[in-house]
Design a protein. Structure first.
Length: 362
């Protein structure tokens, strides 16, 4: 086994290529959490046929794009703003909220903490408990929302735990926060992969709660990270006014705007994605439940968190074993509160999933 102990992000294929001598074209990334079907056929066809749109500036108001997102999400167009990927919107809305003290549901994506720090604020984590199988204890969370906190950040479904907060529970959290003047940012990067988006999405709550910001992008479900298209949905007039005052014109390209206008309409693609993820998520979860060397947590997104119960096996060792077969999983030890006995992998094609299961179950 290699002495390599570096932890890799799902996009670090060039680093893997250099260290392991494996061509990145021969690596299947189970660490990037991206739709295995690739980009929407309708998107691919539209962009190839309309490449000449780059000759013109996009509409400054992105009217057609916001209408397409409105049709897709059910949100009002005036509540939708566009950004250069959800990462830009995370930073921007954290800055607009101006939080002195932020509570972040963890373990989770590190960009939230970084953005709070860059905005001059301080952050603390409310950690989902392993003893609760990383399911949220809502009453306990509410008790940790102390008077000094003015921003709460939730990833739903959460990365890397794949746990999810139901809409009715989110409503309780939002009501509690509204009375305490706490802004709530809900990152729904993975919500389209859930078994029932109507059960988990907070978008319908935007009309009811002026303290809510919902963030989404097209990197994961629509497999288009290079398009750099993200959007936020909020009913807060103050945040919308501040956003329009501070945001740059033409934040996304003409191609990204056109892509967004059509990709949300690809009904066949969306159904194929949902069917694949739902079927494989259930199958892989059941397989891992039968092996007492693993503790597998019930997944709601397109990835599964696993704890290695065999003390002789670490995430580094398992990463090394699988990458040598061209299969890249995620060592989760860089996530707050997780250690070198947690791995995460996303759902790929049935054939590739079988290859991974073969390696994990050796």
């Amino acid at each position: 086994m290699s002495n390599q102990t570096e932890n890799f992000h799902g996009s670090d294929l060039e680093k893997i290529e250099k260290i392991y001598g494996i061509s990145k074209e021969n690596i299947t990334s189970f660490a990037a959490n991206i739709n295995p079907l690739g980009i929407s056929p309708l998107l691919k066809r539209t962009l190839s046929e309309h490449i000449d749109v780059i000759q013109t500036y996009p509409d400054r108001g992105y009217t057609a794009l916001r209408k397409s997102i409105s049709d897709y999400t059910g949100a009002s167009p005036e509540h939708i703003v566009i950004g250069n990927g959800s990462t830009e919107l995370i930073s921007l809305f954290i800055e607009l909220a101006g939080p002195a003290h932020t509570l972040i549901l963890g373990p989770t994506y590190s960009e939230y903490e970084r953005s709070v720090s860059l905005a001059g604020g301080h952050s603390a984590y409310y950690m989902l408990k392993e003893s609760d199988d990383f399911q949220l204890n809502c009453p306990d969370l509410l008790m940790h929302l102390t008077p000094d906190i003015n921003l709460l950040i939730l990833c739903n479904p959460n990365n890397p735990t794949s746990s999810a907060i139901a809409k009715d529970v989110m409503g309780i959290i939002l009501e509690h926060c509204l009375t305490r003047h706490i802004t709530v940012i809900v990152d729904e990067t993975y919500v389209e992969f859930t078994e029932d988006i109507n059960c988990y999405s907070s978008v319908p709550l935007v009309k009811q709660f002026s303290n809510l910001v919902v963030l989404r992008g097209v990197s994961k479900f629509f497999a288009a990270p290079g398009l750099r298209l993200g959007y936020a949905i909020t009913g807060s007039e103050n945040l919308l006014t501040e956003y329009h005052a501070r945001s740059n014109p033409w934040s996304i390209s003409s191609l990204a705007a056109l892509g967004g206008e059509v990709m949300f309409q690809d009904i066949a693609y969306k159904k194929a994605t949902y069917d694949l993820i739902a079927s494989e998520r259930s199958r892989l979860y059941r397989i891992l439940l039968t092996d007492n060397r693993f503790k597998v947590y019930e997944p709601h997104a397109n990835f599964i968190l696993v704890k290695l119960l065999d003390p002789a096996m670490t995430a580094v060792q398992l990463f090394d074993r699988t990458i040598r077969k061209g299969l890249m999983i995620r060592n989760c030890s860089t996530f707050p509160s997780l250690d070198n006995h947690f791995i995460r992998f996303c759902i790929m094609s049935p054939e590739k999933n079988d290859e991974l299961m073969e390696q994990l179950l050796l």
